[in-house]
Ligand binder design. Structure first.
Ligand SMILES: [Zn+2]
Length: 408
């Protein structure tokens, strides 16, 4: 309703504690605000805002956890809050300390979680090499267990050691990956990332490189703790086959998400009624865009579209939305929508019960050209007509070009 924080009762109201739920501020079976009570409890500014709030027909009162978007408690959000409080004013850098790599871009790299954590330790300089451990405990031997000649630093064991160099030489493109200055692990990794950005290095080569280093470390631990014998050839072969597996897995994941989307679009019946901001041309009239965030606007438009279909007693409808959260909520009741908008969608679900056959699809913005064009047209020209049989000419071509209406 436009307030930053939940409203609190005005000073001097002593019995405010008897009002716990929103329901207690409503009359007429929960359809209207009880103005005298609202004005009694809150200051005039808040009391003026409350009557403008939409009252949901079916949503029930519940407690909201303000630290998550969907209003439900999560351990993660509680942990983050406690962490934030414990830090006080200490600023957390977006970058990994002593590097130019942002945390976001690092964790976005598609590889195996274990490999990613390993690299996180390398970049944070907490990989438990013998040199690192001896800094903490003086009695630890600093020698590299693979070559038994040099001190074991992170850069040494992964790149400079004769054993690891032999591994890198057996990897396709390996010599290039470790070329140049090798005295600093951060510089090596930053260089790889830059090469990927410049398209001089393929992303799957980065995945391979990260896996090779991790494989060397794994075998180093086997030598150190289990007295196993290591061979560069075996390490290289295993690393390549694991990297190939991970790359294929990532490709499959990408393909799957594309296919899912295509399948979703293909089953749309020809001539189905399309819900969109434009065809349901009330966007401007109801001033949805002014009522807060775009998710809320979309939810309200969605609710009105469904109500309208119910009024028209349509028996078969197909609903399209370009917000994945709405689609997930409507189809699977997944709590991915912000809690402020949940009650709107609960009303949608309630209203859909009156319609015998309905389907709801997520359509990416790219595939939603007619709706997009019509919405813009409505906004610019202040058109609020409703088209029943003949479609507006401005979207005819867009509809013809729209794959969603093709029979297959
Ligand atoms: Zn060594």
């Amino acid at each position: 309703m436009g307030l930053e924080a939940p409203p609190i009762p005005k000073q001097g109201v002593e019995d405010s504690e008897i009002y716990i739920w929103v329901q207690e501020l409503l009359i007429e079976e929960g359809t209207q605000w009880n103005s005298p009570v609202v004005q009694y409890l809150f200051d005039s500014e808040t009391a003026d805002l409350i009557p403008n709030m939409r009252i949901s027909a079916v949503a029930e009162d519940r407690l909201i956890w303000c630290l998550t978007r969907n209003g439900k408690f999560s351990m993660k959000s509680a942990y983050n809050k406690v962490f934030e409080l414990s830090l006080g004013d200490t600023e957390i850098s977006l970058k990994i300390p002593s590097t130019d790599i942002t945390r976001k871009e690092f964790w976005k790299i598609e590889t195996w979680p274990r490999v990613q954590h390993f690299w996180w330790k390398c970049l944070a300089d907490i990989l438990p090499t013998n040199v690192r451990l001896s800094i903490q405990c003086g009695y630890i031997n600093r020698t590299c267990p693979l070559c038994m000649q040099h001190e074991e630093t992170t850069v040494h064991v992964l790149f400079m050691c004769p054993f690891s160099r032999a591994v890198w030489m057996l990897i396709p493109g390996g010599p290039n990956l470790i070329a140049g200055s090798c005295d600093n692990i951060t510089a090596i990794f930053e260089n790889w990332l830059n090469l990927v950005k410049q398209h001089s290095l393929q992303e799957n080569c980065l995945t391979t490189a990260m896996i090779v280093a991790w494989s060397i470390w794994t075998v180093r631990c086997e030598v150190q703790f289990e007295n196993k014998k290591a061979s560069p050839y075996t390490v290289a072969t295993k690393a390549i086959s694991f990297a190939t597996y991970i790359t294929k897995l990532n490709e499959k994941k990408k393909q799957k998400s594309v296919t899912e989307q295509e399948n979703g679009l293909a089953v749309l019946p020809v001539g189905a009624m399309r819900k969109c901001d434009g065809i349901y041309g009330n966007d401007l009239r109801n001033g949805y865009r002014k009522r807060g965030n775009s998710e809320q606007a979309e939810c309200l438009a969605f609710l009105d579209a469904v109500k309208w279909c119910a009024e028209l007693q349509r028996t078969h409808i197909v609903l399209e939305t370009d917000l994945k959260g709405i689609e997930s909520f409507i189809n699977d009741l997944q709590p991915v929508i912000s809690w402020e908008n949940e009650n709107i969608l609960l009303d949608v679900v309630d209203c859909l019960r009156k319609i015998p056959h309905w389907e709801c699809y997520f359509v990416s913005r790219n595939c939603n050209k007619p709706a997009d064009r019509l919405a813009k047209y409505s906004r610019r020209n202040r058109v609020t007509s409703v088209w029943f049989d003949k479609l507006p000419s401005i979207i005819e071509n867009a509809l013809l070009a729209d794959d969603t209406l093709s029979p297959d």
